[in-house]
Design a protein around this ligand. Structure first.
Ligand code: F6R
Length: 634
């Protein structure tokens, strides 16, 4: 989703902004822009240069190359359209009527209509449809008011203007502001949207996500909710929402947070699918080292108090992360014996179930920035606190791939899936990492609650240790098979994915992957539900992809697949080879593993088939239309 980069220092700002924005491209965007300020008189008025372009970042860099954008201070933005079409006039930076104030913003200003009307009544004419444009106009009005009250032009004046204006805004936002009259001041602010300050050598940076900073500095100061900061060449002044000066030590970025290259793969998504054996191997090394006793079968970073008294679990997540949560719920209920519910975070925050005691709430978000998931967790925290739940402060766990994210700062317990940065918008290796996190939790809870015998715990642990190798051979083979099969989907408009039990969420995930990158309509169903309606959709043009793994529901899924075949569906099986599975017109074969670990493997053909269908159609796989990697608005 939208990305912000800002810089003040001794180097030319525009190339740094473009480089920072490039690192944020993977989040998804449809236009980009930057503004720089060049000091023309010592301690006087600067020149604001603003360049914006619809489409890819290359369009913006061509503009900058052609016309230049001088100055050592600047702000940049990649925009994912919310208010107003993805056109140049709606791209950020947005400016006030004087053209001296420029603002970039991530988030949604919920009262923008009201503010716009108020400003229009005062004679302000708007040049965009964005919610953001109210901000430069409000800052302009506030600066004028303060100057007529004797305020002297300075970075501090700009800071105060931003502090005053942010009090008028409702909604979630992160923003960066420059003013041509203060060529040595950059003001940044955040509320419920991430923003981090980077302390570089001879420069300060600010960005909405770590990859934009990692190429310049590893020393960062994440801004807290409601904070506003003034950045000058001399230092940082940080204030909380009440205007009180804050002092905090910066922290060090760990891990490789800048976007790495595609190596020899055509797309990041394909590279990330191929990285899954490494994700699994690292997870086994970290959490399932050899020699752990069945009474304590996994190494997890929580102390005893975390586990005490947990009687039920609720999982909050969106999209692919919710599918991982559904597999997690299956494991926690069926293996560990703990009643578990899964919610869309966006629904939970407005219609949570009645409070039940001794409940652990798990938020699953690979980015750690999904607005709905963070808000649902915050809401749950507040209502448990208000209700006097004695464990309200410790009963939240976040599963994420980004330990520097807002999630990691918000919840007390974090399980890092350690998959390395994922660039492709379609989640693949992070989904696997989330699944593995749930296997670890299920093993841990089963051992603590003694809901499984030692033999069962040892057997699941041992099977999980084999997963990296299974994945290694599977991915290689399925890459070729899926590429061949993809040709059959040239004219396909609808696909149905079927699964049951622990593989039902994988059917949902298969449908989601196909929809997002190939733009083919797809539905995932629990196979037994077909005959209650969806079967009406079946005809020879609708492929049915059925996940059938030996286990409790194997025969049932095969019967459900037969029902589709009897109606002339093209049947594709994701199942082990053998006489039972020769009903399929095409087979994407899996090794015969236990049903319990099968989602870790059955998801691979889902990912590769979607990938090759989209590649065959020549689509923009890593940045599919309308999608964002980090969904930071509600
Ligand atoms: C699908 C996909 C999305 C995300 C969803 C939640 O491939 O990536 O559905 O899963 O937007 O994102 P996170 O996990 O960052 O909260």
């Amino acid at each position: 989703m939208c990305g912000i980069v800002a810089v003040i220092g001794s180097r030319e700002a525009a190339p740094l902004l473009l480089e920072g924005l490039r690192q944020l491209e993977y989040r998804g965007y449809d236009s980009a822009g930057l503004a720089t300020i060049q000091e023309v008189e010592k301690d006087g008025l600067g020149l604001l240069s603003c360049k914006r372009a619809q489409g890819k970042l290359n369009n913006l860099s061509s503009l900058v190359e052609k016309f230049g954008s001088p100055g050592h201070l600047g702000i940049g933005h990649t925009r994912w359209a919310t208010h107003g079409k993805p056109e140049e006039r709606n791209a950020h930076p947005q400016r006030d009527i004087s053209g001296e104030i420029a603002v970039v913003q991530n988030g949604i200003i919920e009262n923008h209509r009201f503010l716009r009307k108020e400003l229009e009544a005062e004679g302000v004419s708007f040049s965009s449809e964005t919610d953001t444009e109210v901000i430069p106009h409000l800052i302009g009005r506030e600066l004028k008011r303060m100057q007529s009250d004797g305020g002297v032009i300075s970075g501090s004046l700009l800071l105060t203007a931003v502090q005053n204006v942010t009090k008028e805004l409702t909604g979630a936002y992160a923003l960066a502001v420059v003013w041509a009259r203060t060529p040595e001041a950059l003001v940044v602010a955040r509320r419920q949207a991430p923003l981090l300050i980077g302390l570089g050598e001879g420069e300060f940076l600010c960005a909405s996500d770590t990859p934009a900073l990692a190429g310049f500095t590893r020393t960062i100061l994440p801004m807290e909710d409601g904070e506003v900061a003034l950045l000058t060449p001399l230092g940082i002044e940080l204030y909380n929402a009440e205007g009180k000066r804050q002092q905090r030590s910066p922290s060090l970025l760990t891990g490789i947070d800048h976007v790495v290259d595609k190596r020899n793969f055509r797309h990041f998504m394909l590279k990330e699918i191929h990285e899954q054996p490494d994700t699994a191997e690292l997870w086994v090394a970290r959490h399932l080292p050899a020699g752990l006793p069945p009474t304590s079968p996994v190494a997890l970073p929580f102390d005893e108090s975390f586990y005490q008294g947990i009687e039920q679990i609720q999982i909050l997540a969106c999209g692919t992360s919710r599918h991982a949560g559904m597999v997690g719920a299956y494991l926690l209920e069926q293996f560990a014996g703990i009643p578990t519910s899964v919610f869309y975070a966006s629904e939970f925050r407005y219609s949570a179930p009645p409070l039940a005691p001794n409940t652990l709430t798990i938020g699953v978000t690979q980015s750690g920035e999904t607005a709905d998931t963070l808000a649902a967790l915050a809401m749950e925290f507040d209502r448990r606190k208000a209700n006097g739940d004695p464990a309200f402060a410790s009963r939240q766990l976040g599963i994420t791939n980004r330990v520097e994210s807002s999630l990691a700062r918000q919840v007390p317990n974090i399980l890092d899936i350690g998959a390395g940065i994922e660039v492709g918008v379609a989640a693949t290796k992070t989904f696997l990492g989330q699944l593995l996190a749930f296997y670890a939790l299920a093993l841990d809870f089963a051992a603590r609650k003694k809901s499984r015998s030692s033999d069962e715990i040892i057997s699941l642990s041992n099977e999980l240790r084999l997963v990296p190798n299974y994945l290694r051979s599977l991915i290689h083979r399925h890459d070729q098979l899926s590429e061949q099969l993809a040709h059959r989907f040239t004219d396909t408009q609808d696909v149905i994915f079927l699964g049951r039990g622990i593989n039902y969420p994988i059917a949902l995930e298969g449908a989601l992957k196909l929809k997002e990158i190939s733009y083919i309509h797809a539905e995932g169903y629990p196979a037994g539900e077909m005959k209650h309606g969806p079967i009406a959709l079946i005809d020879p043009r609708v492929p049915v992809i059925s996940i059938a793994m030996p286990g409790m529901v194997f025969e049932k899924v095969l019967s459900n697949a037969q029902e589709a075949k009897a109606r002339d569906a093209q049947l594709i099986g994701v199942a082990p080879e053998g006489p039972a599975t020769d009903i399929f017109d095409a087979l994407l074969p899996l090794p015969e593993v236990s049903e319990l670990i099968s989602p870790l493997l059955s998801v691979v053909p889902m990912q590769l088939l979607s990938y090759h269908i989209a590649a065959h159609r020549g689509l923009d796989i890593d940045q599919p239309r309308n999608l964002a990697k980090s969904v930071t608005v509600e």
